[in-house]
Design a protein around this ligand. Structure first.
Ligand code: DOR
Ligand code: ZN
Length: 347
C-alpha cells in the first residue's frame, strides 16, 4: 500500500483570497501547498480593469509572508461595460490569465455580472482573437429555474450558444457540480475544460440538509444529488486532462455563514491536498492525482508545470486539521469532510 506520494507542486485554478484582513489570514493557507492560483475578481467593488487587477496583485504579494513563495494569476471580472481593449492590454502585459463571467446575481458579489449576454460579445470576440480564456460561473439566475437545475439549464441556454457564436474561445466551466457538466466537457473539443472543487467530490446535498442545516457545507453552485457527486469523482480521477483542480476555497467569517441568510462558500485551502489524497485513494486512483492537481491545469492554460514537488504522507493516526483560521475580524471555519483523513502534506 502506498504510504507516500510525491507530486509536482499543485496549483489552484479557482481561488477566492478576498482583501485586507481576510487576505492576510487565508493567503498562507494556500501558499503553504500551492505554487500558483487563479484569483477570483469578485471583490467589492469588483476587479474590472487592468489597473485594478495590478493593484490587487500588489496587495496579494504584499500580504505574502516573507518565507513563502506564491504567484497570483490575476483575472478580470467581465461586466457589460468591460472594455475589450483594456482586457487585451492587461493580457498583453502578462498580468491577467483569464476573464471571469458571473451571470448577474448568481453568487457572492455578482451584482455587477452579466445580465444581457449580447452586451459582452465584443469582449468575448476579442478574447477568442487573443487566446485569453473565459472562466464561467455556470448557473442561470432566473427565479423560475430550480436551484438544483441551474447548471444544466445554463449549459443549454447560455454556454452552448456562447461557444457556438465565438469559435476559438477557450472556456473553463468553473466548479462543475453535475453529471451534465461532466458530459458537456467530455462531448466537446479541447478548447473546453472544467475545474472541480474538493468539497463537491466529498459532499452531496444530503450533507447540507439532513440532521440539521450545515451552513459550512453551503456553497454555489450548491452540491447536488449523489449521482452527480459520483460523476464528478469519476471525472476527476479519470486522468482526462480537461478536468483539473479549482478549489473555489471561499472564506467567509463564521458570523456570516452561521446566519439567517448565510453566505455561500466552503473554505478548503487548508486541507485540500490531504482530502484529495483520501478521495483519490478511496477510488483507487492515486496515480491520477498529480494530473488533476498539478499537470492538467497548467496544460490547459499553456503554463509550465511547477518544478518543485510536495510529498503527501499517509499516517497511522488521523490528521488533526485546524478547525478554524483566525482573521483580525473573526474566525473562518475550515471545511470538515465529516470523516477521518490519514493523509497530510509533509513539511
Ligand atoms: O460558494 C461560493 N462562494 N460560490 C461562488 O461562486 C462565490 C464564492 C464566494 O465568493 O464566496
Ligand atoms: Zn468561486
Amino acid at each position: 500500500m502506498i504510504q507516500k506520494l510525491t507530486i509536482a507542486r499543485p496549483d489552484d485554478w479557482h481561488l477566492h483570497l478576498r482583501d485586507g484582513a481576510m487576505l492576510e489570514a487565508v493567503l498562507p493557507e494556500t501558499a503553504r501547498h500551492f505554487a500558483r492560483a487563479i484569483i477570483m475578481p469578485n471583490l467589492v467593488p469588483p476587479v474590472v480593469t487592468g489597473a485594478q487587477a495590478a493593484a490587487y496583485k500588489d496587495r496579494i504579494v504584499a500580504a505574502l509572508p516573507n518565507d513563502m513563495s506564491f504567484e497570483p494569476l490575476m483575472t478580470l471580472y467581465l461586466t457589460e461595460d468591460s472594455d475589450p481593449e483594456d482586457i487585451a492590454a492587461a493580457h498583453a502585459t502578462g498580468l491577467i490569465k483569464a476573464v471571469k463571467l458571473y451571470p448577474a446575481g448568481a453568487t457572492t458579489n455578482s451584482a455587477s455580472g452579466v445580465a444581457d449576454f449580447k452586451n459582452v460579445r465584443a469582449s468575448l470576440e476579442k478574447m477568442a482573437e487573443i487566446g485569453l480564456p473565459l472562466c464561467v460561473h455556470g448557473e442561470v439566475t432566473h427565479d423560475d429555474v430550480d436551484i438544483f437545475d441551474r447548471e444544466a439549464v445554463f449549459i443549454d441556454t447560455v454556454l452552448d450558444p456562447i461557444r457556438k457564436a465565438t469559435p476559438g474561445l477557450r472556456v473553463i466551466m468553473e466548479h462543475i457540480t453535475t453529471k451534465d457538466g461532466v458530459a458537456y466537457v467530455q462531448d466537446h473539443a479541447t478548447d473546453l475544460g472544467a475545474t472541480i472543487t474538493t468539497h463537491h467530490l466529498i459532499i452531496n446535498r444530503n450533507h447540507i440538509l439532513v440532521g440539521g442545516i450545515k451552513p459550512h457545507y453551503y456553497c454555489l453552485p450548491v452540491a447536488k444529488r449523489e449521482e452527480h457527486r459520483l460523476a464528478l469523482r469519476a471525472a476527476a480521477t479519470s486522468g482526462d486532462k480537461r478536468f483539473f483542480l479549482g478549489t473555489d476555497s471561499a472564506p467567509h467569517l463564521d458570523g456570516d455563514k452561521e446566519s439567517a441568510c448565510g453566505c455561500a462558500g466552503c473554505f478548503t485551502a487548508t486541507n485540500t491536498m490531504a482530502l484529495l489524497a483520501h478521495v483519490f485513494e478511496e477510488d483507487g486512483a492515486l496515480d491520477t492525482l498529480e494530473g488533476f492537481a498539478s499537470r492538467n491545469g497548467p496544460q490547459f492554460y499553456g503554463l509550465p508545470v511547477n518544478d518543485e514537488t510536495i510529498t503527501l504522507v499517509k499516517n497511522e493516526q488521523a490528521t488533526v486539521f485546524p478547525g478554524k483560521i483566525e482573521s483580525a475580524n473573526g474566525p473562518v471555519t475550515v471545511f470538515d469532510p465529516g470523516y477521518d483523513v490519514f493523509w497530510t502534506v509533509a513539511d
